[in-house]
Design a protein around this ligand. Structure first.
Ligand code: FMN
Length: 159
């Protein structure tokens, strides 16, 4: 099985979640493409909307070869980070692909998962599971369990 873990992370919280997911799927002998979204030009979060487009250091748009795509985002102003929105809107061949969504928030995630899920579903994707983990403290046992539960759920849905 081929898994793509694509995420944006500014202060490493979403990255810790992505790493926990990577370790989970590695243990299952899945082939993993680990993609930390890095815009060539980083601007303040509110300024991304003023950019005509966002170019990434690695330009992955076609997800045809993946059996599962996991997209991660920090919550930013009660929504997904604009870099992540830009990334998902440009994806190709998402029809009927299984997606999982994870987000990292400090307190109130708002409708982050619903919005991201809505965009992907409109593009024809099958969003099968999601998790939101609070980032106030480091990943402890409880949070690691939440991520494992999310990963197990995804595993079940693609098996
Ligand atoms: C500009 C900005 C806006 C944010 N807005 C929210 C928010 O609306 N709700 C929330 O729970 N956390 C919010 N946060 C906190 C981040 O979602 C949280 O710290 C997250 O863990 C960051 O992930 P990262 O370390 O991977 O960048 C915001 C952080 C920043 C910098």
């Amino acid at each position: 099985m081929n898994v793509l873990i694509a995420f944006y992370s500014k202060a490493d919280n979403a990255e810790s979640m992505a790493n926990a997911l990577k370790n989970f799927f590695k243990l299952k002998n899945f082939k993993i493409k680990f993609l930390k979204l890095k815009p060539k030009k980083e601007v303040k979060v509110d300024e991304y909307s003023k950019l005509e487009k966002i170019d990434f250091e690695e330009d992955l748009v076609d997800v045809k070869s993946f059996d599962l795509i996991i997209v991660g985002t920090p919550v930013s102003n009660f929504s997904m980070h604009p870099v992540v929105e830009h990334f998902v809107r440009k994806l190709k061949n998402v029809e009927n692909k299984k997606f999982g969504i994870f987000c990292s928030s400090v307190a109130l995630a708002g409708k982050t998962v619903q919005k991201l899920s809505g965009i992907l579903s409109t593009m024809g994707a099958d969003v099968v599971s999601s998790v939101t983990v609070k980032s106030l403290f480091d990943l402890n046992e409880k949070k690691t369990e939440e991520i494992k539960k999310f990963a197990s759920d995804l595993l079940e849905k693609i098996s």
